[in-house]
Design a protein around this ligand. Structure first.
Ligand SMILES: *Cc1c(COP(=O)(O)O)cnc(C)c1O
Length: 501
């Protein structure tokens, strides 16, 4: 006999909310209705409504405090539209040129929908079956593009930050093991590790420092190396830095080269740096979070020649392969090195059950439950194909170059570099103003005003302590007129600044 409380529970359960055979018609209805709202999001003119953060926060707090009411799908969609879709940022809008967010491809979106509905977790073979092999095939494909041998391996990660974390961890634990017989995974910290040093360019991504800190080694374990006028790491300065650290008793263990720096898109000279790493017998990691996908292009493929000497590679598909977040991979040249992150749990993947025919991808990942992010990429490769993606990437690169040539001699602008990928760093300079602090204020005023008014989203960064604006161009449908239109907005706002202040 059922207790009264159990009877109440059964009545409370909305059977058609769980994705199962009884909900298939509701599923179709939900998806169809949702699709209309998503299409509505595409119809907005501005990249941002310009609504104030205080208004948005207040409305969302109000809604959050009324969780008792059970909304219908229509009511909930209407609310999500008003609270989120109407005010969120449209990365497909040509006036969005701020960060490394790309417009996404339709095959990738539906691939994600399948992955989310089925909810495969790519951990152990018995949870993921075919998904295991689909992910492995994508890894094999991208590894071959990176000129890695078949003895290499890789895994999908949550992003470049996590991939770089894995690289630094492997480099450290491998060095500690091969040079000192230390097993850090088993025994933890050893004093000598405090003297381990990583080298990367001063334009490398902040996740190198952050990950060194997370590994218990601190920001100071990372030695920034000066770049040249093209924002590339200078090999002679790298050698000097390595020698200097050795002289002061520290132990160089890895070099991180960047294939496409976040701000300038610059490629460190991989071939030369690989030789330096070989000379010192230390780990060579290539961070291709931004530039990695350019390996597919005719314009940039030659820049990857030296990557075959790398021990590990980071690549982000959610930046330059037009994939929804997350889609990213970490590759290691020697698959044995994944042992530094593997763990064998009795309940999940007991070591005695290891079987190459039924691989458990968890052995290579620092995540346990992990999304099946490879499916959207698989779908993209099948439907869109690499030719189109490579054309997209070349298009945004040429757009950045065209913008560079359009403004480099303009007296109102000072450009910081010639684009190697699809970013341009520059600043507005007011005529007759020589104080950099004033220019900093004007450039920040421009950036903030354009955002607040919903006109355009432009990023800012610092070069030699001076504030610059940055365009990150990732929309292959943007035209030179679109970007020059933002340049006009910048000029207008810059000249308004004088009259307002
Ligand atoms: C964006 C970026 C990262 C971090 O990647 P996430 O996917 O945002 O974690 C690392 N390195 C470089 C060069 C990047 O541009």
């Amino acid at each position: 006999m059922l207790l009264e409380s159990q009877l109440n529970l059964i009545q409370d359960i909305q059977a058609d909310h769980l994705f199962d055979p009884s909900s298939k018609y509701s599923y179709e209805e939900y998806i169809q209705k949702t699709t209309q709202y998503i299409v509505g999001f595409l119809n907005k003119d501005n990249f941002y409504s310009g609504e104030s953060s205080s208004t948005l926060k207040q409305r969302i707090e109000e809604s959050a405090s009324t969780t008792e009411t059970q909304l219908t799908i229509d009511e909930a969609l209407q609310e999500v539209k008003e609270l989120y879709l109407d005010h969120t940022i449209s990365f497909h809008n040509p006036n969005y040129v701020a960060h490394l967010n790309c417009p996404v491809l339709l095959p990738a979106i539906v691939g994600d929908l399948i992955a989310s509905s089925v909810n495969t977790a790519v951990e152990t073979w018995d949870q993921s079956t075919s998904a295991t092999f689909i992910e492995q095939e994508i890894i094999r494909w991208i590894s071959a593009q990176m000129r890695f041998p078949t003895s290499s391996d890789g895994v999908f990660t949550s992003g470049g930050t996590q991939s770089n974390f894995m690289a630094l961890l492997m480099a450290r634990d491998h060095y500690a093991f091969t040079h000192y017989g230390l097993n850090i995974k088993q025994n933890g910290w050893s004093d000598v590790v405090s003297r381990f040093r990583f080298f990367c360019s001063e334009k490398a991504h902040f996740s190198i420092q952050k990950n060194a800190a997370l590994l218990g080694m601190g920001y100071d374990a990372v030695i920034p190396v000066a770049t040249d006028t093209a924002m590339k790491m200078q090999p002679d300065v790298l050698v000097q830095a390595i020698e200097k650290e050795k002289q002061s008793g520290n132990i160089p263990i890895a070099i991180v080269a960047t294939a496409g720096t976040t701000d300038y898109g610059s490629f460190d000279p991989l071939e030369t740096i690989s030789k330096i790493a070989k000379e010192y017998d230390i780990w060579f990691h290539v961070d291709g979070a931004y530039g990695g996908c350019y390996v597919l292009t005719d314009t940039h493929n030659h820049l990857f020649e030296g990557i075959k000497h790398a021990d590990s590679v980071t690549i982000d598909f959610h930046k330059t392969f037009f994939q929804p977040v997350c889609s990213s991979a970490f590759l290691a040249k020697n698959k044995q090195h994944f042992q530094y992150v593997s763990y064998y749990a009795d309940y999940l993947n007991p070591i005695e059950n290891r079987d190459p025919e039924h691989p458990d991808l968890i052995e290579k990942s620092i995540q346990t439950t992990r999304r099946f992010d490879a499916l959207k990429l698989w779908f993209t490769l099948k439907i869109t194909g690499t030719k189109t993606i490579s054309a997209f990437l070349e298009k945004v690169h040429y757009l950045a170059l065209e913008l560079y040539y359009s403004i480099k001699d303009d007296i109102y602008f000072e450009v910081a570099h010639k684009p190697e990928l699809s970013t341009l760093v520059f600043r507005y300079t007011a005529l007759g103003v020589t104080d950099d602090k004033v220019h900093d204020t004007i450039n920040l005023y421009i950036k903030n005003t354009l955002f607040k008014t919903g006109q355009a989203s432009v990023a800012s960064t610092k070069l030699n302590d001076v504030i610059y604006l940055k365009f990150t161009l990732l929309n292959p449908k943007s035209t030179i007129d679109d970007v020059l239109n933002i340049i006009q907005m910048i000029k207008k706002t810059g000249s308004d600044y004088k009259t307002i202040n």
